[in-house]
Design a protein around this ligand. Structure first.
Ligand code: ARG
Length: 478
């Protein structure tokens, strides 16, 4: 059916005709299409709390510097708290004619306080204001994300504690490689998430800098005290260059990157567990309340939560890309393009929080199928490297030992048996220095038991690492 709408509607919708905070110089009311096109309040209303916190600190500073009176600052503070309460209660009205959250809060204040409200924007621009709000928002988000990542680490640690003695096949190229402790593999996620948390902490340092006081781009001639605002908002330092500070979004890119790398880690984890929980692998039993069914195939119990962890991480990568491309063409100081930084950044934060919200309980509810794992553990010659290292330890050059064990594996493959099942004569046929003591290198659990190096899957090393993580994380999620 043809689209009933005309391809292009030439008639301009009426302007809302509402006066603008910046409207003094204008003779024409803003076109309604421009109001709809340029508004940001539909998404930047999420900055309301940070905007109000910033304005309270700013007005307190204005009073301490004698730019407004103490009574005015107090009236502004009380008015802003009332506005905050209205916003939290859902009774605050938004309209696109007021563009963004900053103008909404300010105009609601002016509606209450008249001229006192009209003093709030003294020595401030929306350019340094939005940069401040966004940093406050990111700082809070970083702290929540860190707590979420820590909770997931605790869940992995708890799982590692529960399965401390379980040996599973380790894989490279998704082919059986060497046996490892399940706990070792689970702690690998603690390491990756630990680096994500380190990166968050590092990003927090560069986020925690105060831009307010930079004005539109050049600072202000008014006698402000930026240190006062810094202390009030608990920033670590005051930004040193107003041109840079009003337009710097490095912190937003960094946060989006840290989130996307965490998203990639979580996607890798999800992929691994999807594979491990297939009928074909049968290693993991996922909690049924974290699986979903099929509307046509009655027997299906699908790992949709893990698939969505993997799927949702894609948007965090896209969001990072959007931010980088947004910034690459901008000349110095504020450009309205910067308004477009919020949606990708918010989406990345929301996405990672959503993933973390389901990941930790999913890990806590998952168990290994020890019987299935044990039944096939001796397939795939997981002990071949162990035997090679035993030969090396008894003096054989590595390349010779490698070739010898390769031949033994081929012999076992032809017979359809494990290395352990070969007879001594068969070993001797390929291995000049064969002696029965070398059998102590065979079998998955003996191979794991012989491991020694720091960072390896040696049971004592893994037990040490469990203790290290217990100390780092406090209680586990066990
Ligand atoms: N809504 C704007 C943003 O998010 C606020 C700053 C607007 N500044 C300006 N000069 N138009 O970037």
């Amino acid at each position: 059916m043809a689209d009933p709408r005309p391809p292009h509607d030439p008639s301009a919708p009426p302007s809302t005709g509402k006066p603008k905070a910046w409207g003094g110089v204008f003779e024409q009311a803003t076109d309604a299409r421009v109001e709809a096109f340029s508004e940001s309040v539909s998404f930047d209303k999420r900055l309301a709390d940070d905007d109000i916190d910033g304005s309270i600190a700013h007005s307190a500073m204005l009073a301490s510097c004698g730019i407004i009176t103490a009574a005015e600052a107090e009236a502004i503070r009380a008015g802003l708290e009332e506005i905050r309460a209205e916003i939290h209660a859902g009774t605050f009205t938004y309209t696109i004619s007021k563009e963004d959250i900053h103008l909404h809060v300010e105009s609601a204040l002016t509606a209450r306080l008249g001229d006192t409200g009209r003093r709030l924007h003294t020595a401030r621009s929306r350019n340094d204001q939005v940069a401040t709000d966004l940093r406050l928002f990111c700082r809070r988000a970083i702290d929540r994300l860190d707590a979420g990542l820590a909770a997931l680490q605790r869940a992995f640690l708890g799982f590692a504690e529960r399965e401390a003695d379980l040996i599973i096949p380790g894989y490279t190229h998704l082919r059986r490689a060497q046996p490892v402790l399940a706990a070792h593999q689970l702690l690998a996620w603690c390491e990756k998430l630990g680096r994500d948390r380190d990166r968050l902490a590092d990003c927090r340092k560069r986020t925690n800098i105060l831009p307010l006081g930079s004005g539109a781009l050049a600072g202000t001639s008014l006698p402000i005290d930026r240190e006062h605002v810094r202390a009030g908002l608990d920033f670590a330092a005051v930004a040193a260059n107003s041109l840079d500070a009003a337009s710097d979004r490095d912190f937003a890119c960094e946060l989006a990157f840290v989130i996307s790398l965490a998203g990639i880690h979580l996607s890798q984890w999800a992929e691994e567990w999807i594979i491990w929980s297939t009928e074909e692998f049968g290693f993991l039993k996922l909690p049924e309340n974290f699986c979903t069914g099929s509307s046509i195939m009655p027997q299906k119990i699908n790992p949709d939560v893990l698939e969505l962890v993997r799927g949702k991480s894609a948007r965090t990568i896209g969001n990072l890309q959007s931010l980088l491309v947004l910034l690459k063409g901008l000349p110095t100081a504020y450009n309205r393009d910067l308004q477009e930084d919020k949606e990708p950044l918010f989406d990345s934060i929301d996405t990672l929080e959503a993933i973390l919200g389901v990941a930790a309980p999913l890990v806590a509810g998952t168990s290994f199928d020890r019987a299935r794992i044990g039944a096939t553990l001796d397939r795939g010659h997981l002990d071949a490297t162990s035997l090679m290292e035993a030969l090396i330890a008894s003096g054989t050059p590595q390349r010779t030992a490698h070739e010898t064990v390769g031949k033994l594996v081929r012999r076992a493959m032809r017979k359809g048996v494990s290395l352990e099942e070969l007879a001594d004569e068969e070993f001797s046929a390929d291995c000049a220095g064969w002696n029965g003591a070398l059998r102590s290198a065979l079998g998955a659990s003996r191979a794991v038991g012989r491991m020694a190096s720091f960072g390896s899957t040696a049971p004592a090393r893994v037990a040490d690492q469990i203790k290290v993580w217990q100390q780092r994380l406090g209680a586990s999620g066990a």
